[in-house]
Design a protein around this ligand. Sequence first.
Ligand code: UDP
Ligand code: MG
Length: 314
Amino acid sequence: MISVVLPAYNESDNIEPAVSEISKALTDCSEDYELVFISDGSTDGTYEKIKKISETDQHVKGAEFSRNFGKEAAIFAGLSLSSGDAVIVMDCDLQHPVSALPEMIDKWRKGAEIVEGIKNSRGRESIFHKMSAGIFYGIMSRLIKIDMGSSSDFKLLDRKAVDALLELPESNTFFRALSFWIGFRSEKVYYDVEERRSGSSKWSTRGLINYAISNATSFSTLPLKLITTMGWIFIVFSVVLGIQTLIRFFMGTAADGFTTVILLLLIIGGLLMLSMGIAGHYIARIYEEVKGRPRFIIRDTTDDLVGNLKGQWK
Ligand code: UDP
Ligand code: MG
């Protein structure tokens, strides 16, 4: 059986098209399937739509969060609730083309344990959005040594890979990078990002920046190491400057150092605060993890799905 996990936040107009198009594609692949919608605290009746459809279509299942917990939480809730031998994660605004599903399933049947959806093009986005995504993925790709620029959340995962992901103990997850981290045999499927069916993107620029920072720090300790490097550079610099200052003091020409002092104070003050900020950010992340709060709270599900919860999300 194949499960399709669809995070949905205020997507009431997209539920019906998603159900009919994905059902059609999967029926053509002659495979039993289930569609697991996770309504991420929607306020526009998305969950009611899902529930209604689930009454007549036994392939459709769904759960709703008690509030908006974010797409990452919705994806992991979906992975945890689904019970297929393979799980496909896709957006329910149908920007991830249904036409790529047969190829993904075919590659899985031939032995791939993870099938990555790779974007041919990023679709229509503002220049600012394109640039910031470029910078973010450039850094991320270097950190985890895998090209992330064209990767997306559109993936097929074999049950083995899903179980591995669900066993990870952290609550702050980054699906796109973690699915590389767990390894497994992976294949790629290329697709063109389609236009959103209806409604508008749920991401604000601020939301995206926060998402980028929190993912970069959850995946790498490089920023912390940079602080140490910066410290060493300053120590070398201070030895050179110290010797020069002492020489000038003994030669009696040390009076005019005021500009240098102000500049040094400003630079060091700025760098110190930045370093504390970076270190503080990691401490905040540790604090959040240590609290051990659940990543999401499920308010309601169509027939009892909660019993399906697997891994650390049980
Ligand atoms: N989404 C979600 N919770 C959120 C934001 C988005 O579940 O807080 C879902 C949304 O319903 C959609 C998918 O994540 O199915 C991608 O969101 P969106 O289309 O807004 O992002 P974009 O395609 O513009 O990157
Ligand atoms: Mg979208």
